[in-house]
Design a protein around this ligand. Structure first.
Ligand SMILES: [Zn+2]
Ligand SMILES: [Zn+2]
Length: 283
């Protein structure tokens, strides 16, 4: 039968993806500062509009960093969860790597080296699985990352416009598409390379995060994980409103505004109400 519950002392996952993502984010921030200092700077605004813009930037950054921190701090795995006394039922399985019975909707992650409760997928950028306990922070992270990246793209608008005015459109297009090649062949200055690098990163990042948010938002409303979606399973769809409460807690409307707002999840990540249960209750 394996261990009565999963040990807390299983190996910790490799942190290399997180280190690489942090280095990449630091490079973008430094290059953004370089562009804003050496380039035309921030777009001119009235004092009230400037104050609102700074407040928006602070709100977005606080939410982004708060959600990243809480996402990384939360442990979505079965470590320390009492499993044997729950009574095994339909959907339970035995994981040979963890040497433990594992509940429905959980799955083993080879990168995290442990089973994850209500496993959605492994996030390679942050080096951690998305599961029952951190799904909320993952979704909020996608929303605010899209917002921050769009905001930076707008801030860089005047610098890009001035580049377009001073160079041929073909030169600007080549710079935006192949910034490294343009820098290495000496066709652009370091400031122009930095502008293209940050612009590319922010636009591509905003599109990727936006697409991810749309995809996971759809799954959220359907009560599905990515794993279940890939297999066409709809066993846990309780209706949009109940699905939102089950995945994000009772304050699902407000969690997008503040990462530290309490919204305790109604379930335990081990037992889940199914569509069939709801139908039985109604009939
Ligand atoms: Zn496992
Ligand atoms: Zn994982």
């Amino acid at each position: 039968m394996g261990q009565p519950w999963a040990s807390r002392n299983t190996e910790t996952p490799v942190r290399l993806p997180l280190v690489l993502t942090t280095l990449w984010a630091a490079a973008v921030v430094l290059e953004l500062a370089y562009v804003l200092v050496l380039g035309p700077g921030l777009p001119p605004l009235e004092p009230l509009a400037r104050a609102l813009q700074l407040a928006l930037a602070a709100f977005q950054l606080l939410n982004l960093l708060g959600n990243v921190g809480l996402f990384l701090r939360s442990d979505p795995s079965i470590r320390g969860v009492m499993l044997a006394s729950r009574g095994l039922g339909q959907g339970w399985a035995f994981c040979y790597q963890c040497q433990s019975q594992v509940p429905p909707r959980s799955g083993h992650c080879s990168a995290c080296r442990v089973c994850i409760l209500r496993r959605d997928h492994h996030c390679h950028l942050l080096g951690r699985c998305v599961g029952f306990r951190n799904y909320r922070h993952f979704l909020c992270l996608l929303l605010h990352a899209s917002g921050v990246l769009l905001h930076v793209s707008v801030l860089l608008g005047p610098a890009l416009a001035s580049l377009l005015r001073t160079h041929a459109p073909l030169h600007t297009a080549a710079l935006l598409l192949l910034p490294w090649l343009m820098l290495l062949t000496g066709r652009v200055s370091l400031a122009q390379f930095a502008l293209a690098f940050v612009m590319d990163t922010c636009v591509a990042g905003a599109l990727l995060c936006g697409a991810g948010l749309l995809f996971h938002g759809t799954l959220l409303l359907r009560g599905q994980t990515t794993w279940e979606w890939a297999r066409g399973q709809h066993s846990y769809d309780l209706g949009a409103r109940h699905n939102l409460r089950a995945a994000l807690g009772p304050r699902w409307v407000l969690i997008w505004l503040w990462p530290f707002l309490a919204s305790p999840l109604p379930g335990d990540g081990i037992t889940f109400q199914t569509t069939a249960d709801v139908r039985l209750m109604v009939s």
